[in-house]
Design a protein around this ligand. Structure first.
Ligand SMILES: [Zn+2]
Length: 115
């Protein structure tokens, strides 16, 4: 797996995780909502599973679009890159030796201010 493939997977992962978690929650809520129907009663919160799935899809799409915007900026060369593998850098973090950014491709840490 190349560093660029690893970078794209790390960029896409939050959107996919939001989508999967939301769909699991929607299925669980739909199952819980239809539980009274199995016992001969009225459905509890009808359509809540569909609404959750739709909302999750929209939120996951927004998260994914935000991450792919970073990827697009990387393809244009408008962002900070790793000097080892030329992949995108992650968010700033505070560590023992100061502020750093971790590369999304090779995983090396780069001190902020010395990029
Ligand atoms: Zn790197």
């Amino acid at each position: 797996m190349s560093y660029e493939t690893r970078m794209v997977l790390r960029l896409a992962a939050p959107g996919v995780l939001v989508f999967v978690a939301g769909i699991i929650l929607a299925v669980a809520m739909d199952a819980l909502g239809s539980l009274p129907v199995a016992m001969g009663g009225q459905p509890f919160l009808p359509g809540v599973g569909d609404d959750l799935a739709l909302g999750t899809g929209v939120v996951a799409l927004l998260v994914y679009a935000g991450r792919m915007l970073r990827y697009w900026r990387w393809t244009r060369g408008d962002t900070d890159i790793c000097f080892v593998c030329s992949c995108l850098l992650g968010q700033e973090r505070h560590g023992r030796f100061g502020t750093y950014r971790k590369c999304l491709g090779c995983g090396k840490k780069h001190a902020v201010g010395r990029l």
